[in-house]
Design a protein around this ligand. Structure first.
Ligand SMILES: Cc1cc2nc3c(=O)[nH]c(=O)nc-3n(C[C@H](O)[C@H](O)[C@H](O)COP(=O)(O)OP(=O)(O)OC[C@H]3O[C@@H](n4cnc5c(N)ncnc54)[C@H](O)[C@@H]3O)c2cc1C
Length: 415
C-alpha cells in the first residue's frame, strides 16, 4: 500500500528574502542564533565530534539488525548492495566490549578498514556483549525507547566508521510507509495551533532528523552506478531540504536540542569510564568528552542551546509526558520495519540518541545527573556528530545549487 505524501512543508519563496531574514535570527524555540551556531559548530564542536566518533569507545554500536517489523509484513524493498552490512573479522573488539577475550587479545590495534567480503564501507562484527562497562547502567528502561538491544540474542556490533550513512537506494513504498507511519500516527501535525509546545518539539526533532538523513544521502550519493562514482547530489539536497525553510530550521533545532542534552549530562559524561582496554585511547576519549561538554567557547557564546525549563508548564503535563513517550517508543519500534539494513542501523542509532536526549531533558523522574547505558551515550554522541556534519554539508554544498532566480542558497548560511 502506497501512502500519499505527508502534509506539505512550507516552501521558501525564491524571489523573496523573507526566509533569509527568518533564518538569520534566533533558531525558533532555542536560545542561539544561526550565525553563532554555524561558527561554533564549524570551529569548535565539529572538530571535537569528528575525533570523538573515531575513538574505539564511540565507533562501535550495538544493535539488532534483523528485520522483525511488529506492525506490518516487511516486503524487503532494499536489494541494493549498499543497503547491507557485512561482518568483521573476530578479534576486532577491545576485551571490555565482550565477555571472552579473543585470540588476538581483543585490542583495537591497527585500524584496517578492509572488509572480509571486500566491502570497506559496510563491516559488521557479530560478537555478543554479555558485559556492561563498569560504572555504566545496565538493563535500565528508558521510557522513550523500545529497547530490544538489552536482549543479547542476535545482537550485532557495528563499526560505524565502516558503515557511513549515505545513499543506499532505499526508496519507494517501503521508505514512504515508514515516514508516513512516523508522522501520521506518532507526531502531531506541525500546523495544529492547539498542539502543546511539547508535541511541537517532538515533531521538530523528527523533522530535523529526517532533514539530516536527507542531507547525508545528498552529500554522498551514487552519481553513476556503472562507474561506482560517488559524490554530492546538490539537486537532491535542494529538492529535499534547502527548498524548505522549516526543514532547515528543524535541523538546527534538533542540533541545539541534542547539544543541550549532552551539556546537561556533562557531570555524568565526565565521570563515566571510557574503558576499551587501551589506556591511551581511553584517556584521549575522556579528554575529548571533557572538551565537548565543558567547552568554554560554547559556554560563552551559547550557554543554553535549548531551554527545557520553559516547557511542561501546562496542567496536563504528566499525562502528556506519558503520551509523548508512547508515541516516541512507537517510532523507535518502527525502526525494525525499515527495509534496508544500513538505513535501519542509522535509524535505530539516531532514534536511540534522540530518546536519550529526551530522557535527559524531559523525564522529570530522571535522576540528576541521569543514569545512562553505554549504548545510549554512544548513540547520543554519534547523533550529535551526524547533525553537526549535516550543518557543515548544508553550508558547504548550498552555494553549489544553481540559482533559480536572484536567490542564493549559499547566502542562507554565510552570515
Ligand atoms: C529511518 C530511515 C532511515 C533511512 N536512511 C537512509 C539512508 O541512510 N540512505 C538512503 O539512501 N535512504 C535512507 N532512507 C530513505 C530516505 O529517507 C527516503 O525515504 C528515500 O530516499 C525517498 O525519498 P523521498 O524523496 O521519496 O522523500 P522522503 O525523504 O521519503 O520523505 C517522505 C515525505 O516526508 C516529508 N518530508 C521529507 N523531509 C521532511 C522533513 N525534513 N520534515 C518534515 N517532513 C519531511 C515529505 O512530505 C516527503 O514527501 C531512510 C529511511 C528511513 C525511514
Amino acid at each position: 500500500r502506497f501512502f500519499p505524501p505527508l502534509f506539505p512543508s512550507s516552501r521558501s519563496s525564491f524571489s523573496s528574502c523573507h526566509c533569509l531574514d527568518k533564518l538569520s535570527g534566533v533558531v525558533e524555540d532555542c536560545c542561539c542564533d544561526y550565525t553563532t551556531v554555524n561558527s561554533l559548530n564549524r570551529e569548535v564542536l565539529h572538530p571535537i565530534l569528528q575525533r570523538l566518533v573515531r575513538t574505539p569507545f564511540f565507533r562501535y554500536f550495538k544493535a539488532k539488525l534483523w528485520c522483525d517489523c511488529p506492525f506490518w509484513p516487511e516486503d524487503g524493498m532494499c536489494r541494493l548492495r549498499d543497503c547491507s552490512v557485512c561482518e568483521c573479522p573476530e578479534g576486532e573488539f577491545p576485551e571490555n566490549f565482550k565477555g571472552i577475550i579473543s585470540p588476538s587479545g581483543g585490542r583495537l590495534s591497527s585500524y584496517d578498514p578492509v572488509c572480509q567480503e571486500g566491502k570497506p564501507q559496510a563491516l559488521v562484527d557479530r560478537t555478543l556483549d554479555p558485559k556492561a562497562f563498569r560504572g555504566w547502567a545496565a538493563n535500565r528502561d528508558n521510557p522513550w525507547t523500545h529497547d530490544d538491544e538489552r536482549e543479547e540474542g542476535d545482537v550485532t556490533y557495528v563499526n560505524l566508521l565502516l558503515n557511513p550513512e549515505r545513499f543506499t537506494g532505499y526508496a519507494g513504498p517501503s521508505a514512504a510507509r515508514i515516514w508516513a507511519a512516523i508522522y501520521r500516527d506518532n507526531v502531531l501535525a506541525p500546523h495544529d495551533k492547539l498542539a502543546p509546545p511539547e508535541s511541537r518539539v517532538l515533531y521538530k526533532l523528527i523533522s530535523g532528523l529526517h532533514s539530516s538523513i536527507s542531507v547525508h544521502i545528498a552529500a554522498e550519493s551514487l552519481l553513476d552506478e556503472s562507474a561506482n562514482k560517488w559524490g554530492p547530489n546538490v539537486t537532491l539536497l535542494h529538492e529535499r531540504v534547502l527548498e524548505y525553510e522549516d526543514r532547515v530550521s528543524n535541523l538546527y533545532f534538533t542540533f541545539l536540542f541534542v547539544l543541550r542534552a549532552v551539556t546537561k549530562a556533562a557531570d555524568y559524561l565526565i565521570e563515566a569510564e571510557y574503558n576499551t582496554g587501551n589506556p591511551s585511547d581511553d584517556e584521549q576519549t575522556a579528554v575529548l568528552v571533557q572538551h565537548l561538554v565543558r567547552n568554554e567557547q560554547l559556554q560563552a557564546a551559547c550557554p543554553k542551546p535549548f531551554d527545557e525549563a520553559k516547557l511542561w508548564q501546562g496542567k496536563d503535563g504528566a499525562q502528556l509526558l506519558l503520551q509523548l513517550q508512547k508515541q516516541f517508543r512507537n517510532i523507535s519500534a518502527i525502526m525494525d520495519c525499515v527495509g534496508c539494513e544500513k538505513c535501519r542501523l542509522w535509524g535505530k542509532l539516531q532514534i536511540l540518541g534522540l530518546g536519550t536526549a529526551l530522557e535527559i531533558l524531559f523525564s522529570e523522574d530522571s535522576p540528576n545527573p541521569p543514569v545512562l547505558q553505554r549504548n545510549e551515550v554512544i548513540a547520543l554522541v554519534n547523533l550529535l556528530n551526524r547533525l553537526s556534519e549535516s550543518l557543515i554539508y548544508l553550508y558547504d554544498l548550498a552555494p553549489l545549487v544553481e540559482e533559480p532566480s536572484t536567490f542564493r542558497f549559499g547566502s542562507l548560511f554565510r552570515q
